[in-house]
Design a protein. Sequence first.
Length: 157
Amino acid sequence: MRERQVRVISEEGEQLGILTVDQAITRARDVGLDLVEVAPNEKPPVCRIMDYGKFKYDKSKKRHGQSAGHHGKLKEIRLRPKTGEHDIGFKVKQAVGFLKHKDKVQVSVIFRGREMAHIEEGRRVMENVLKELLEFGKLESSPQQLGKRMMCTVAPK
């Protein structure tokens, strides 16, 4: 710091006033923290008494867009038009678990060979699954046919 005097803010956010740099450093060391220049372009510059290591860590977290919590991932359940009711129930139960864990769920109905001639059967399976999943999530993208797949995405509430 080039300036002789700085405006000092305590670790609680209270203004301590304008002090010399030596006085400010002494105050910071007395409480076991660092003196960090937060606004160098002001007259006089603004310094804050804080834990510099924690400050750098929080700043890097913010820059990288990371949060301390769970990041929602995209999970997929795959079904076929001829999938049995019990198997569909099992897959729905898994999908509900994913939604409760704050993950998005992509529901895919995959058609093979001649099943493409009976798309309404796949649509019925998709509607039944969505009817059960929408109690725990909200529809993010409506069912759409892409080649041999019918897909939609359900996000947690």
